[in-house]
Ligand binder design. Structure first.
Ligand code: ADP
Length: 294
């Protein structure tokens, strides 16, 4: 089982000619409300990849539809709390020039309690994983508890908070970052020096760093691996990283080695970038298998 302790957001998307100006009221005739949040996206990717995923999080009492949607995509929702705080959400203005302007309300995503985490981890067993991003509260607490229960910790520190991340790395078994997050963490300005800096600073840590269309590199101790991305016509890279993480962890948990897991995850995220949208652009296992057979 993988316990994904993560955000659940509703993304309210409005298409507009231009951003709303101070004092202006603007009508939009294009509105969509989509399931989002890195946590929920990664749970959906894990489920689509065939993993046994339990999402740990919180939504407002009135948002049963969000829970139903996650459940319908194969995510176990028994550990999602119903709270009085509004469900996390983003108000997104999208202009014709494809620029966006976003208000993010963390809401219920920051109402996780120690009792909830304790309950989750008391049912976990050795061999299980906990996955976290940086969109919920109690990150260090959750990692400490996971370590006490001999549950492995995967951490995708997005959005990046370098101070918090460095502080909790001692609890992390697998760190997953993109190149910008990797550079923020190491205080470097290019990819090569980032790749060199990680093992020096954290010799014990296993790191997966995704490099967009340049692929992925992995390093752990003396082992280094790099895998190219698949060449596709990208139209929207939203959720590429989330797709990668879900597929890679699912593959590792099913016993694949790191090269196999990265390759499968690169295929899944290559398909994802050819489609518009977030959770809806994450491919199924069958689609990934067919893509790899091409
Ligand atoms: P994030 O979305 O978190 O910034 P990346 O941009 O590094 O993450 O993308 C994650 C993975 O998705 C990459 O490692 C790669 O395998 C795949 N990917 C991203 N962009 C492309 C692209 N243009 N073509 C093919 N694969 C891509």
């Amino acid at each position: 089982t993988i316990y994904n302790v993560g955000s659940i957001n509703l993304d309210h998307l409005y298409q507009l000619d231009h951003f709303v100006r101070p004092g202006e009221t603007m009508a939009s005739d294009s509105y969509q409300c989509l399931l989002g949040g890195k946590g929920a996206n990664q749970s959906v990717a894990l489920a689509k990849a065939g993993a046994d995923v339990k999402h740990v999080g919180a939504v407002h009492h009135s948002d049963q539809a969000v829970i139903d949607q996650l459940e319908s995509l194969g995510v176990n929702t028994d550990l999602i709390k119903r709270v009085d705080t509004a469900t996390g959400h983003a108000i997104i203005q999208l202009t014709k020039a494809a620029e966006n302007s976003i208000i993010l309300y963390q809401g219920a995503n920051h109402t996780l309690s120690e009792a909830q985490i304790d309950q989750v981890l008391s049912s976990a067993s050795a061999g299980d994983w906990v996955l976290l991003q940086n969109e919920t509260n109690l990150i260090e607490y959750t990692m400490r508890k996971a370590q006490q229960h001999q549950v492995k910790v995967a951490f995708n520190p997005a959005p990046m908070d370098a101070e918090l991340t460095k502080h909790v790395l001692e609890f992390v078994d697998l760190l997953i970052v993109n190149e910008v997050e990797g550079m923020d963490l190491m205080g470097t300005t290019d990819i090569d020096s980032t790749i060199a800096a990680f093992p020096k600073a954290y010799p014990e840590l296993a790191v997966l760093m995704t490099l967009g269309k340049a692929g992925v590199c992995y390093f752990s101790g003396n082992e280094t691996l790099s895998v190219d991305a698949f060449s596709v016509d990208a139209v929207d890279t939203t959720a590429a990283g989330d797709t990668f993480i879900g597929y890679c962890l699912s593959s590792l948990m099913s016993g694949d080695d790191m090269t196999q897991a990265i390759t499968r995850a690169c295929a899944a995220s290559a398909i994802c970038v050819t489609r518009l949208g977030a959770a809806s652009s994450i491919p199924t296992q069958d689609e990934v298998t067919a893509f790899l057979a091409e």
